[in-house]
Design a binder for this molecule. Structure first.
Ligand SMILES: Nc1ncnc2c1ncn2[C@@H]1O[C@H](COP(=O)(O)OP(=O)(O)OP(=O)(O)O)[C@@H](O)[C@H]1O
Length: 428
């Protein structure tokens, strides 16, 4: 189950030179054709085996959405054929399948039934759908009052309420906050592990590497490459590498700084922190990122920053350690370490002790949204294990890395500080 086979697929739209020529052709059937055909997809053939994950990349207008729409049956092909074997869940266009005048709850029942689920099944699934979408009372408001982020939350929650044989996702829909994106990627990953076939459009090399076994490159409506993610991304990068104007980058950083004020800072005694820490003997009082002595939520790529974890101990521990992880918007760990791995110790602590642990590092990571996870453990075993885990605060804090407007133009995950040199061997 869960296979796709696409053969000589093509799509052409009729183009008329004027509005009148369309009318003329319509009222004089059988006479002269007034339109020309504009092919947006031609001769596309490939297959996806059950359980495979295939990424689709291509520049804007390459034909990715048109291809997905033909696979899901929302658009009819002009030439060729598509065979899909298995139950498909698709997330393509924003608002697709939702009626704006009905409430979110009513839309869940309508969209769910279109997916082949019964009313009884949907009633049972509803609490899980509400929990996943996490839009609160809006579930009983008309969808026209939703933000685009809320629509995507609900659409994803319904489409993936039951594991499909085939999941088709256009990542351009990945609007919304980083926590929701991570939740979506987590669900996609888990369904994939359970055998769901995945077809996934993305502009992000990281997402394709993380999720796909293979990738397709579309260019000018043709399938130009069907190969490993590595090879396809290399070609795609070659197609898209352009130098971004400095001004645009400066604007981005200014906007990110403005957004700064909206990001809630973790305060001592924050309920969320209490909710996830486990051992009563240690309390995480605050977690902050500091740059030049100030607490920040936006750092510029390359900034030297300090992650400060403020702890209060209520029990005695002989050898406590602190660690952190940085996760990207897909939930992939970007970096992780802890005091033991850094060959450092805090030393034994007594009830009433307060400890501030600082990790100073250079934020040499790609511009984007990240979350921090912090863990506390006790009793080193070897050079990386612990006798007991005391607390883990998953995705406790979000922060943004903005590009450095004064830096070089670069792509990828990690800034490696390249230095360019040139040595001449001149002939005389
Ligand atoms: N209904 C339509 N009528 C005419 N042309 C269309 C129609 N839908 C899409 N096109 C054209 O088909 C081409 C491919 O569009 P498509 O949306 O499939 O590209 P895409 O690769 O998904 O782009 P993006 O990354 O911007 O979403 C574009 O040139 C677009 O203008």
């Amino acid at each position: 189950m869960g296979s796709i086979s696409v053969s000589n697929l093509g799509k052409a739209y009729k183009q008329y030179p004027t509005r009148w020529s369309r009318l003329l052709e319509w009222i004089t059937p059988g006479h002269k054709r007034h339109h020309t055909l504009r092919w947006v997809l031609q001769d596309v053939s490939f297959s996806v085996e059950p359980g495979e994950s295939v990424g689709i990349v291509g520049v804007n207008g390459a034909g990715k959405s048109t291809l997905l729409k033909m696979i899901t049956g929302t658009t009819q092909p002009t030439t060729g054929s598509v065979h899909v074997n298995g139950r498909v869940a698709a997330l393509l266009e924003l608002g697709m399948g939702f009626h704006p005048d009905f409430t979110g709850r009513q839309n869940v029942f309508m969209a769910g039934q279109l997916q082949g689920l019964t009313v009884d099944q949907l009633t049972e699934l509803m609490p899980g759908i509400e929990r996943f979408a996490d839009i609160g009372d809006y579930i009983d408001q008309p969808v026209r009052t939703y933000s685009s982020g809320m629509q995507v939350r609900l659409a994803f929650a319904v489409a993936t309420a039951v594991r499909p044989d085939i999941l088709i996702v256009d990542e351009a829909l990945a609007v919304g906050d980083i926590f929701f994106q991570q939740k979506c990627f987590e669900r996609i990953r888990s369904y994939r592990e359970q055998g769901t076939t995945l077809l996934f459009v993305s502009h992000s090399a990281g997402a394709i590497y993380a999720l796909c076994d293979r990738a397709l490159l579309l260019s000018g409506g043709r399938l130009v490459l069907n190969d490993s993610p590595q090879i396809v991304i290399d070609h795609y990068n070659a197609l898209t590498t352009t130098v971004r104007p400095r001004q645009e980058v400066a604007q981005e950083i200014a906007e990110a700084d403005e957004a700064d004020v909206d990001v809630p800072l973790l305060q001592p005694g924050n309920d969320d922190v209490q909710a996830v820490w486990r051992h009563p003997g240690v309390r995480v009082r605050s977690i902050s990122i500091l740059h030049e002595m100030e607490i920040v939520n936006v750092v510029t790529c390359g900034d030297r920053v300090t992650l400060r974890v403020d702890l209060a101990f209520a029990h005695e521990f002989d050898d406590p350690h602190v660690g952190f992880r940085i996760h990207d918007n897909r939930g992939e760990p970007v970096f992780m370490t802890n005091s033991l791995c850094m060959k450092r110790t805090i030393g034994a602590v007594k009830p009433g002790d307060r400890v501030t642990a600082d990790f100073e590092f250079q934020a040499n990571i790609a511009p984007g949204e990240y979350t921090l996870t912090v863990g506390i453990a006790n009793g080193a075993v070897g050079d990386r294990d612990f006798r007991e885990q005391l607390a883990r605060l998953m995705h406790i804090r979000a922060f943004t890395v903005a590009s450095d407007p004064t830096g070089i133009v670069w792509g990828g995950h990690t800034y490696v500080h390249p230095i360019f040199g040139v040595h001449y061997a001149r002939s005389v």
